[in-house]
Structures are given as C-alpha cells and as structure tokens.
Design a protein. Structure first.
Length: 99
C-alpha cells in the first residue's frame, strides 16, 4: 500500500512539474522521447496494476517462483524505463526552463 501511495504521489508531482508544462508546449517544441516515454510509463503503470491484482498473498504463497519471475520482469522493465528517462530529463528540463 505504501508503494502504491508513493507511485500515485509521484505521478501527481511529475504531472505538475514536468509533463503538464511540456504538454502545453507546441508539439514541435516538445523534447525528444517525451511521447514515447510517456506511453511507456502508462504501460508500466498498467502492468503494475495487473501484477498487484494477480499476486495476492495467497497466490504468492502458492507460487513463490512464479511471483519472483513476475516481479523480476516488472523490475527489469521499470529499471530500463528509468534509465531512458534519466537520460532524457536534462533535455526536458531545458525545454521548460523558460516557463
């Protein structure tokens, strides 16, 4: 539950500080990878929601290895996304610095 709250709070903060201002820019002035990484983030949120819904405490107890495989795949996808986003963020900040 704490992780879900942190993720929710992050989405709100990121929308206010970064995504919203970039979306208000003309399309041609939006920074590189903004649309792609936004779609990827939405897909990861969907996958996280599905994961949480699938892996209840009883389901984890019944299939610990399956849960571990599922978690590893989700963490790997999220780690890759974060690496790509960290690389893109300096350009994003420059795009909205004048606002």
């Amino acid at each position: 539950m704490r992780l879900a709250k942190l993720l929710h709070d992050n989405v709100i903060a990121e929308e206010a500080a970064i995504n919203g201002p970039i979306r208000r820019l003309p399309t041609a002035k939006r920074p590189l990878h903004f649309v792609d990484l936004g779609a990827e983030a939405a897909d990861l949120r969907r996958r996280y929601t599905e994961h949480v819904g699938l892996w209840s405490i009883p389901a984890i107890s019944e299939d610990r290895e399956g849960y571990a495989v599922s978690v590893r795949a989700l963490v790997a996808a999220l780690s890759g996304h974060l690496s790509r986003k960290r690389a893109a963020l300096p350009g994003w900040w420059r795009a909205i610095a004048h606002l």
